[in-house]
Ligand binder design. Sequence first.
Ligand SMILES: NC(=O)c1ccc[n+]([C@@H]2O[C@H](COP(=O)([O-])OP(=O)(O)OC[C@H]3O[C@@H](n4cnc5c(N)ncnc54)[C@H](OP(=O)(O)O)[C@@H]3O)[C@@H](O)[C@H]2O)c1
Length: 244
Amino acid sequence: MHIKMPASPRNIILIGASGGIGHAMLAALVERFRDANVAATRFRSPAPVQHERVQWHLLDVRDPGAIAGWAATFDRVDWVVNCAGFLHGPAGGPEKTIRSLEAEFLLENIRVNTLPTMLLAKHLSAALKKSAAPLLASVSARVGSIEDNRLGGWYSYRVSKAALNMALKTLSIEWKHSHPRGCVAALHPGTNDTALSRPFQANVPPENLFDPVYTAEMFVTLLSELDPARSGNFWAWDGTPVPW
Ligand SMILES: NC(=O)c1ccc[n+]([C@@H]2O[C@H](COP(=O)([O-])OP(=O)(O)OC[C@H]3O[C@@H](n4cnc5c(N)ncnc54)[C@H](OP(=O)(O)O)[C@@H]3O)[C@@H](O)[C@H]2O)c1
């Protein structure tokens, strides 16, 4: 089915809008879609910006009950974009070797990087069905690509993003029947200059280290040009497909 996404989603949910990429996405969405209201979430960080069309919500995406309760407050949703993510923190950082694997760190990666998108898809399914052209997109990472894995390492993060990718692909197959006008997308942002990547930027050439403002502009353009025929793909910021 070839139906173009609407130029103007009106009800947007943006998870992780307090992060580097999320904040830039919020600005790009508000600027691009002048009729849209954005329900934006943050967790530990303060709201980076106030805007009359942005409603801020506090949400710990590791809490399935909180996601369910919050999602139930929405009647109709056009776009859900998840920019929340975890790579390192007090619980640890990416592993160089399997000998560094810690069960709790792997589970924390799954709790933040994998499960929330699946729970949002579950609990917002009915609200998305009311949209003329629903979209669910989640920021993944190229390191979650099995085919593209040349360097190894980063077990927990890779596993959580590969699982996220599988969830999105599987959802896209279900949506062909349940949400035939809809589109599901996994997104790779490139390396962006944010708190998440800061400890790992040393070997990134300056031309490959993006300002999230640039990435967000590219993502919004990409998402607004998707259609159901291209649902269930993994896209880099510039619109090129990433192998699963
Ligand atoms: N930066 C890169 O180079 C890069 C590369 C590939 C993929 N990515 C992916 O891009 C996405 C955004 O990353 P970023 O670079 O923008 O990172 P960031 O600046 O560290 O932002 C992370 C976001 O996730 C939110 N978050 C983390 N844990 C949460 C929790 N338990 N509950 C609710 N929100 C939570 C944070 O909220 P608070 O700050 O309010 O706690 C923040 O909004 C992530 O999925 C990441 O894996 C980034």
